[in-house]
Structure formats: structure tokens, C-alpha cells
Design a protein around this ligand. Structure first.
Ligand SMILES: Cc1cc2nc3c(=O)[nH]c(=O)nc-3n(C[C@H](O)[C@H](O)[C@H](O)COP(=O)(O)OP(=O)(O)OC[C@H]3O[C@@H](n4cnc5c(N)ncnc54)[C@H](O)[C@@H]3O)c2cc1C
Length: 121
């Protein structure tokens, strides 16, 4: 890739890991370019389930969930022989619509000045 521009960091892959890396670097003042080989990102096969710690790491406020997210205070685990239910005051699990979440992350990155290049490997 030759853009003629100068960056401090090149992040390869605009999945959750690459977007988090790009965000961390940009928040620390680095000039970042984030590339992905696909022309569209965020359409990975994924159930979109996040545990409480995943919610925190994804920078989602559990008290102000975005419209594309849903929180659950109980979970039922089924097996062929038994079933168990977990209930909690706090949220146990959040499900997100992954393409919408990716879109909102890319908007944040754009606001931080991250240069996104799609269709580049
Ligand atoms: C069926 C299924 C269900 C799942 N359900 C859940 C769930 O409910 N909850 C959960 O937390 N996780 C779930 N996962 C796992 C989750 O999708 C992955 O853990 C997550 O996507 C990994 O993020 P990543 O950024 O490491 O990699 P990826 O999301 O795979 O992103 C890597 C990116 O790098 C790009 N790339 C690769 N090589 C290059 C290159 N050479 N140049 C440029 N770009 C490149 C790819 O195009 C891709 O966009 C599920 C996965 C599957 C398959």
C-alpha cells in the first residue's frame, strides 16, 4: 500500500481486535491507518453475544445500551440431560447487531482521525 501519507501505525484487519487497537493508538495521539482486505466489514458469522467484561471492553455503557443492543438478566443453559437458569441483578449478557456495532465503531474511529482503507491487503 502506498498512499504517500505518513502514519505512526498500520493496523491490519478491521475486526473487533483491529478496531480496538486502532482506537487505543489514535486515543494516544498516533496517526493510524486501518486496512481490511474486504470492501465491507462487520458481516462476520457471529451471534453477537457479549459477556459483562466484553461489554466493558467494547466500550458499551450497560446503562445506556445502543439501539442495536439488548441486555439479558437471566440465562438458561440447556443440555440433553439438564437445564439450569442463572439470574442476576446486573446484566449477564448483551447481544448486539454486529454490522451496526461495527458501523458505530468505525464512526468513532473516523472521529479520532483514523484513516480506514477497505479492499486493501
Ligand atoms: C458462528 C460464529 C459465532 C460467533 N459468535 C460470537 C459471539 O456470540 N460472541 C463473540 O464474542 N464472538 C463470537 N464469535 C467469535 C467472533 O466473531 C471472533 O472472536 C471475532 O470476530 C474475532 O475478532 P478479530 O478482530 O480477532 O478477527 P476478525 O473478526 O476475523 O477480523 C479480522 C479482519 O482482518 C481482515 N484481514 C485478515 N487478513 C488480512 C490481510 N492480510 N489484509 C487485510 N485485512 C485482513 C479480515 O478481512 C477481517 O475483517 C463467533 C464466531 C463465529 C464463527
Amino acid at each position: 500500500m502506498n498512499t504517500g501519507e505518513k502514519y505512526d501505525a498500520l493496523v491490519v484487519g478491521a475486526g473487533p481486535a483491529g478496531m480496538a487497537a486502532a482506537r487505543t493508538l489514535a486515543e494516544q495521539g498516533a496517526r493510524v491507518v486501518l486496512i481490511d482486505k474486504h470492501r465491507a466489514v462487520g458481516h462476520k458469522a457471529c451471534a453477537g453475544g457479549l459477556t459483562a467484561s466484553g461489554v466493558e471492553r467494547a466500550s458499551i455503557d450497560p446503562d445506556a445500551l445502543p439501539v442495536h443492543a439488548r441486555g439479558f438478566h437471566s440465562l438458561t443453559v440447556h443440555s440433553s440431560r439438564w437445564q439450569s437458569e442463572l439470574r442476576a441483578e446486573s446484566m449477564l449478557l448483551v447481544t448486539i447487531d454486529r454490522p451496526s456495532w461495527t458501523h458505530s465503531q468505525l464512526e468513532t474511529l473516523s472521529g479520532l482521525g483514523v484513516d480506514l482503507r477497505l479492499g486493501v491487503r
